[in-house]
Structure formats: C-alpha cells, structure tokens
Design a protein around this ligand. Structure first.
Ligand code: PRP
Length: 215
C-alpha cells in the first residue's frame, strides 16, 4: 500500500448502512459492495482512500497505532477503550442509542454488593465508583439480558435502542450512563502528515451531517 494512501476503518453491520451514504456525500464510495464481500479492505472511487472493515472494538486500536488514519466508531466503544491518543473531531449523529443500567422490572435495590454483568467493564467500574456504589463485576461478551434471569447478576450495563430487548427479557432501563452515537476518530500523526486530505474529508462529512440534521 502506498504511504500516501489514507486508510479509514469502518465496522460491518447496521452502522455501515448509515455510514456509507455519508461517505458517498463526502466523495468516497467503495468500488464494490462491502456487505456482500468477504474481503476486509476495499478500494474506493477516490484514488488516495481505502476502507477497511473490522470489529468496532478494534477500530480505536487501529487508529491509535496509526495502521488506520481515521475510523468510525460508537461512543460506547470509545468510552470503554478510554484512550486519548487520537482526535475525535466529528459526531456523525448516527446509530444513536443510550448506554444504561437495567434491572428486572420492579426489582427492589439489591442487598449488599450489586452484581453487575456487562461487556463494558471499564465504563461500569467508573460509573459505579462515581456513584459510590460497591459492585461485583461480571464480564460477559453478549446476551447480557439473560444474566439477571439466570441469577448471575442483579443489574446489567448495556446499549438500549428501542428498549425491546430489555422488555422481552423482563428488564427495565434504570440509569442513563451516556448518550451514544458514531464518531470519527483520527490518528494524531496522520492529522499532521495527511492534513489536507483529512481536512477535506472531514469538512465534507460535517456538511453531510449538518444537511441530515435540517431534513
Ligand atoms: C444491542 C444491545 C441490545 C440491543 C438493544 O445489541 O446489546 O442487545 O442492541 O436494542 P433494543 O433496545 O432496540 O432492543 P446489538 O444488536 O448491537 O448486538 P451486540 O449484542 O453484538 O451488541
């Protein structure tokens, strides 16, 4: 790969369907259908830009170490990653949801240390410490909503969008920890070395986001 190329890290899945139209309006379109391909890196119509598609939780790592110059990642994963080793210049205002605590519907406060199941362990640790609440943290990688019903935890910390997953599993949202949306992050060295192209793309993305807000 040429050193002049700008590498942008994206995530497959539902965020991609919202991200690609924004990128198209910023002049960047992949030359093939990302969703239908098994490939992980894609050329675009812009000769200096390529897109890589990885897990959301890996986007901050690639951008921090400069293997990707820019990335699109949810604020939840940024908070969990907890690094300030990259810039976060733009809120794309897509994939909006909330990071919340949730407990069984109508449950009374737990006696003793609260057992909290989550994949967002750093966020949960920080949040409950700020609340002065002692917790026992249980790390899970998915299907968190099962943990209270199975007696593994009193409470979960998870993403809530429509709230349907919570309701379907006998849970209700309790405390709001953070409002979440997708953000652009930029490697600090790339921002200096590839300033012109990054500024150009950021400017066009910002205009596309603003146009969406007034629709
Ligand atoms: C998230 C979250 C919940 C669900 C909430 O999972 O973990 O399970 O969405 O959505 P709702 O409030 O609209 O029901 P996601 O589908 O992102 O997959 P994940 O389990 O891999 O995080």
């Amino acid at each position: 790969m040429k050193s002049s190329e700008l590498v942008i890290a994206l995530t497959k899945g539902r965020i991609l369907d919202e991200v690609l139209p924004l990128f198209e309006r910023a002049g960047i379109t992949p030359v093939e259908n990302i969703s239908k391909s098994r490939k992980l890196i894609f050329a675009t119509n812009h000769k200096d830009v390529c897109l890589m598609v990885i897990r959301g939780s890996d986007v901050p790592t690639y951008v921090e170490f400069g293997s990707a110059d820019m990335g699109v990642v949810g604020k939840d994963l940024l908070l969990e990653y907890g690094s300030e080793e990259f810039y976060e210049p733009l809120d794309l205002k897509i994939a909006a949801c909330r990071l919340m605590t949730a407990e069984p519907i109508g449950a009374l406060p737990a006696v003793g240390r609260l057992k909290v199941a989550t994949k967002f362990t750093n966020i949960a640790k920080k949040y409950f410490a700020e609340q002065g609440q002692q917790i026992e943290l249980i790390k899970l990688n998915g299907a968190l909503e099962l943990a209270p019903a199975m007696g593994l935890a009193d409470c979960i910390v998870d993403i809530v969008d429509t709230g349907k997953t919570l309701t379907a599993n006998g849970l209700e949202p309790r405390q709001l920890i953070a409002n979440i949306s997708s953000r652009i992050i930029v490697n600090k060295a790339s921002m200096k070395i590839k300033h012109d192209i990054i500024r150009d793309i950021l400017g066009k993305l910002r205009m596309a986001v603003e146009a969406d807000q007034v629709r």
